[in-house]
Design a protein around this ligand. Structure first.
Ligand SMILES: CC(C)(COP(=O)(O)OP(=O)(O)OC[C@H]1O[C@@H](n2cnc3c(N)ncnc32)[C@H](O)[C@@H]1OP(=O)(O)O)[C@@H](O)C(=O)NCCC(=O)NCCS
Length: 188
């Protein structure tokens, strides 16, 4: 059966430029071990992406398996950046499912393996996210990131505007409270 998004379009209608690839639900399922290793490497390197150390392989796998339901029902999309056959980076697009948000989506879990940073992979993933979102008529993108983190420097260079800062929003991977900066991008 062809996988479709929430508007009934084929989920593979958007084709990003390599080295970025949009995973089908079956590909995302098969990629869970690789995505889990990527998540673990990033968290162990200090990424503030929702986890506190130590992060077990089981917990990392459980996270991605939980996301598969959204990929299967067309409300979430996983795009990866590859180095050869290896997954070097990932980003997710999560469609707003509320009746009042058919134009909106959240960009989440952007991460690039520590060995592959500063080669432009995050920027390529963020460019591909714009194309994917537009292909789904989602023109308002939102995201948040740890205030002061390197990712906070990335998003304005990708056209995101800063909406504001929420103090003491989340614990970092070592258990200290950090502020978060909320960004948005209007693709119209
Ligand atoms: C943030 C992250 C995704 C950047 O990935 P990357 O592939 O290294 O980023 P790119 O090479 O595409 O860099 C794009 C731009 O981002 C900014 N940037 C990225 N890393 C930076 C750093 N360490 N210091 C300052 N600016 C940085 C720069 O503006 C850079 O452009 P430039 O290289 O032309 O100067 C990566 O460091 C990462 O995975 N961090 C951990 C996870 C995380 O925090 N994700 C964000 C969740 S909201």
């Amino acid at each position: 059966m062809t996988e479709t998004d929430r508007s009934g379009r084929p989920a593979d209608a958007f084709v990003p430029e390599p080295p970025v690839f949009l995973l089908s639900a079956a590909e995302a399922r098969a990629a869970v071990p690789d995505l889990s290793r990527l998540l673990k490497s990033c968290v162990e390197d200090g990424a503030g992406i929702g986890f506190i150390l130590p992060l077990s392989e089981e917990k990392a796998e459980a996270f991605w398996k939980d996301k598969l339901a959204g990929v299967e029902d067309g409300s979430a999309f996983v795009m990866v950046a590859k180095d050869g056959d290896n997954i070097a980076g990932v980003v997710m697009l999560m469609l707003a499912t509320q009746d009042n948000g058919p134009h909106r989506a959240e960009v989440a879990k952007l991460m690039v393996h520590p060995d592959h940073r500063r080669k432009g992979l995050a920027r390529k993933l963020m460019t591909a996210i714009d194309g994917l979102a537009l292909s789904l008529d989602r023109w308002l993108l939102v995201l948040d990131t740890v205030t002061g983190d390197r990712a906070e420097k990335l998003y304005p260079t990708c056209g995101y505007k800063k909406a504001g800062v929420i103090p003491d929003y989340a614990y970092d991977s070592h258990g200290t409270l950090d502020a978060t900066t909320v960004f948005y991008k209007d693709l119209r």
